[in-house]
Write a protein that binds this ligand. Structure first.
Ligand code: PMP
Length: 400
């Protein structure tokens, strides 16, 4: 019997992800995949997490296995506040953040609490695909602000804010997914100033800020907001342990104005009651044990080597067939096919040929909410060892 009950109208706003079709092909034996968005599971600090689990079950079994507060497990909120302080954010009271089930849930809660059908939201072009889908599910009309190697172009962003008066602006300022771009300090300042000038809420999604390869990136918008009067009240910051510790833990957080956090907490209560107390107690113990600095140093070094290898290989093997900015952190190289010498200039077309040659990546077009640049591609270096990166780029050259 077919399923005949009509689905909710809001589902008409979203399609299943175009890149999912591509992922089906990744099971082919021998494929070298630059397509994933995952951190490398070989990087997980299994011993550290095992100790944290043991500590949680020994010291606080009642809390770790019981229902908990929707806002989050208090010892974890305290640990996150202190983790953020260690990264240059002004002192945060634990009550100024709520724990979310991954930062993905923070995005969903923002959609639920802020977006009515037809509301305009400005996003970067390109931006995180799941954000596009999530905000559309709530009926948002997405407006695209252009991005270059220094992140979102602030002159263009300000014009769009003036023109569209959006409900909020969603940015991934540090090593964006997929752009890999890092918003420079001057532009960060501008974003905060324009938030105040136009009374516009800014959402800073920051799951990658800790994954820098050389110098630390400029302070987060949240950290900088201390120096721009009035901006803190117009800023939401989403953080996550997914990329640095483990995405399977599903621990993220959201810092924001008290009124917004209260509404988000109410919505979260109806959704999952609270983020797994077991995961939260584990994360709290992990942070308390002081293991994070060593873990970060390790993952930064491994990803830095892979990013450098990929950059060199791309320049050497593909020459003028592509252009890209060497990422200074994160998991991705965002590249553009130039079409030089009559070579392929469409990312989707190349993705198909590349699979035949035994290498996969994600074409860039689906990462645009509007006016896709079809010449773009996202290449992840995160889960591939350096030898395989060289080999994979060689296959990509053959496909081009
Ligand atoms: N935001 C961005 C920009 C991401 O790339 C991701 C993960 N791919 C997320 C949010 C969600 O991460 P998580 O829910 O695991 O914290």
């Amino acid at each position: 019997m077919p399923f005949t009950t009509p689905f909710a109208d809001r589902l008409n706003n979203v399609e299943t992800s175009a890149i999912r079709e591509l992922f089906k092909l990744l099971g082919k034996p021998g494929i070298i995949s630059f397509a994933g968005g995952f951190p490398d599971s070989a990087m997980f600090d299994v011993d550290g997490i095992r100790e944290a689990v043991n500590a949680a079950l020994t010291e606080e079994p009642g809390a770790a296995l019981q229902y908990g507060a929707t806002e989050g497990y208090q010892p974890l909120r305290e640990q996150i506040a202190s983790f953020m302080k260690g990264k240059g954010t002004q002192a945060l009271a634990p009550e100024e953040l709520i724990v979310t089930t991954g930062s993905q849930q923070a995005l969903d809660l923002l959609g639920k609490t802020l977006i009515s059908p037809g509301d305009k939201v400005i996003v970067e072009g390109p931006t995180f695909l799941a954000t596009i889908q999530c905000f559309r599910l709530y009926g948002a009309e997405l407006i695209t602000a252009p991005v270059d190697g220094d992140g979102v172009q602030t002159d263009a962003l300000e014009k769009l804010i003036e023109q569209h008066k959006p409900k909020f602006v969603y940015l991934i300022p540090t090593f964006g997914n997929p752009s890999g771009a890092m918003l420079n300090l001057e532009r960060r300042q501008r974003v905060l100033e324009m938030a105040v000038k136009h009374n516009t809420l800014i959402v800073e999604d920051d799951p990658y800020g800790d994954l820098y390869f050389g110098e630390a990136p400029p302070p987060s918008l949240l950290a900088l907001s201390a120096s721009v009067p009035g901006s803190r009240e117009l800023l939401v910051h989403c953080g996550s342990l997914s990329k640095v510790l483990s995405p399977g833990l599903r621990v993220g957080w959201m810092v924001g104005p008290a009124e917004l956090l209260a509404k988000a907490t109410m919505c979260k209560q109806f959704s999952d009651a609270h983020t797994s107390t077991f995961a939260q107690a584990t994360a709290a113990q992990y942070l308390k044990a002081g293991r994070m600095p060593a873990t970060l140093a390790k993952v930064r070094a491994v990803y830095a080597e892979r990013a450098t290898t990929m950059g060199h290989a791309l320049r050497r093997e593909l020459g003028d067939a592509i252009s890209f900015v060497q990422p200074q952190g994160g998991l991705f190289v965002w590249a553009r096919l130039t079409g030089a010498g009559g070579k392929v200039a469409d990312g989707g077309e190349l993705a198909k040929r590349a699979i035949e040659k035994g290498v996969a990546f994600v074409p860039g077009a689906p990462f645009y909410a509007s006016q896709p640049d079809r010449a773009t591609l996202r290449l992840s270096f995160a889960t591939v060892g350096v030898d395989k990166i060289e080999e994979g780029v060689g296959r990509l050259r053959d496909a081009i």
